[in-house]
Design a protein around this ligand. Structure first.
Ligand SMILES: *[C@@H]1O[C@H](CO)[C@@H](O)[C@H](O)[C@H]1NC(C)=O
Ligand SMILES: *[C@@H]1O[C@H](CO)[C@@H](O)[C@H](O)[C@H]1NC(C)=O
Ligand SMILES: *[C@@H]1O[C@H](CO)[C@@H](O)[C@H](O)[C@H]1NC(C)=O
Ligand SMILES: *[C@@H]1O[C@H](CO)[C@@H](O)[C@H](O)[C@H]1NC(C)=O
Ligand SMILES: *[C@@H]1O[C@H](CO)[C@@H](O)[C@H](O)[C@H]1NC(C)=O
Ligand SMILES: *[C@@H]1O[C@H](CO)[C@@H](O)[C@H](O)[C@H]1NC(C)=O
Ligand SMILES: [Zn+2]
Length: 341
């Protein structure tokens, strides 16, 4: 692949502009980190379900969900890649499942649905495989702050420049910022980045944080677990993504000081997503997170998350007029992350 990259710069550029939703680099790095923290029983379970015993069994499927949603028959899964928090950054960041997860579903309900489905022994094998691929992908997406924010369609409508190239705020968080740090987006780039972050998780700057990262997950309440992750990511919208509001970033060059402030958050969110993905899969497959300090709540074979799923849309919650309008704008924009597929 190294030769491909050096001899075909044009192809590389084309692919780069198509990478989406944490881009391939982010998703594959999350997958490699998770692989390294899976318990042997979970590793075996996922390898068998995916029919892949290579050393990239999760990385190989981590971006499948982004190509699937642009295929005929896959469009229904587009709203599952995000939850549009109808909050008011930078003054107030918050996520509310009833308010923010609409009839068509969202990343939180999707994580619950597909976590239950990949374990359903009676389900068709291909459906179970798809379910696991979605879980691996969505645990990545939910750690990208702009996948947990409604503002300007998750930042897609906020034009910015990055290294003088016109782009939008959502895209730079998905791809440009991590790619500037790593210098590429191949599978090997992801593997190399994962090694750095695994070192920080085991003995470096994240060693103490890991215990906290795996708190708040309960295998019998996927909705509450995913809401915990969503709320954590969404807080970075106020602190780091738009600390001075939309005007603070609109039409600005963000590869300088803004990048410097964003990159520690991006690195931590990728590391956190990898650890939480491993802990989540371990928890539902074995009853233990397998990560030091993370007892988790658990209840193997507990309810199939129906409790959580029925909550959605059942309330008499009245959205404010601006929220109704914001949701209309999102639906009109569609799922596209601003990438031409
Ligand atoms: C598993 O993968 C192998 C080759 O990688 C293929 O021959 C086989 O048909 C696959 N099995 C299933 C059940 O998909
Ligand atoms: C659960 O997944 C199935 C299969 O993809 C889908 O048809 C269904 O709409 C999903 N349900 C929810 C509540 O997301
Ligand atoms: C952002 O850029 C697009 C295309 O470059 C343009 O059509 C759109 O009007 C711009 N939006 C704003 C708010 O400036
Ligand atoms: C953007 O372009 C200007 C003028 O061509 C140049 O001086 C500057 O260094 C460029 N900035 C970046 C980040 O590439
Ligand atoms: C982790 O916590 C221990 C004990 O509280 C402390 O001594 C150590 O310096 C911390 N490590 C990091 C990397 O923050
Ligand atoms: C999940 O299990 C824990 C104990 O393991 C229990 O306290 C909690 O109420 C359960 N939650 C649901 C939604 O069943
Ligand atoms: Zn996605």
């Amino acid at each position: 692949m190294a030769t491909l990259k050096s001899t075909l710069p044009l192809l590389t550029l084309t692919l780069a502009s198509q990478a989406s939703a944490w881009g391939a680099l982010g998703h594959n790095t999350v997958a490699y980190i998770a692989q390294s923290f899976l318990l042997p029983q979970t590793a075996k379970y996922t390898q068998r379900l995916l029919n892949d015993t290579s050393n990239a069994y999760l990385a190989n499927i981590a971006t499948w969900a982004d190509s699937y949603r642009s295929q005929p028959g896959g469009a229904f899964s587009s709203p599952f890649h995000y939850i549009d928090a109808l909050d008011s950054p930078p003054e107030s960041c918050n996520v509310d499942f009833e308010r923010d997860c609409p009839e068509e579903g969202c990343i939180v309900s999707a994580i619950a649905n597909y976590t239950a489905r990949f374990q359903e022994k009676d389900l068709d094998l291909v459906e179970r495989q798809k379910a696991l691929k979605w879980v691996v992908h969505f645990l990545g997406d939910i750690h990208q702050p702009l996948h947990v924010e409604n503002l300007a369609v998750g930042g897609n409508l906020i034009n910015v420049t990055f290294n003088n190239a016109t782009t939008n705020l959502h895209r730079i968080w998905d791809s440009n910022i991590p790619e500037k740090l790593i210098g590429g987006f191949d599978l090997e780039d992801a593997e190399a980045w994962s090694k750095t972050l695994i070192g920080e998780i085991k003995t470096g700057k994240y060693a103490n944080a890991t215990k906290v990262w795996v708190q708040g997950m309960s295998a019998n309440d996927s909705i509450a677990s995913a809401m915990h992750w969503a709320t954590d990511s969404n807080a970075y919208v106020c602190s780091t993504v738009v600390p001075e509001g939309q005007e603070g970033v609109e039409n600005k060059e963000l590869s300088g000081e803004y990048y410097d402030d964003a990159i520690p958050v991006v690195q931590m969110q990728i590391a956190k997503a990898g650890v939480r993905l491993a802990a989540w899969l371990n928890l539902v497959v074995t009853g233990k997170t397998g990560v030091k300090g993370g007892k988790g709540g658990y209840h193997v074979g507990g309810n199939k998350m129906d409790g959580g799923l029925v909550k959605r849309g059942s309330g008499e919650l009245e959205l404010e007029a601006w929220m109704v309008e914001a949701r209309r704008v999102r639906r009109a924009y569609g799922w596209d992350c601003g990438h031409e597929h």
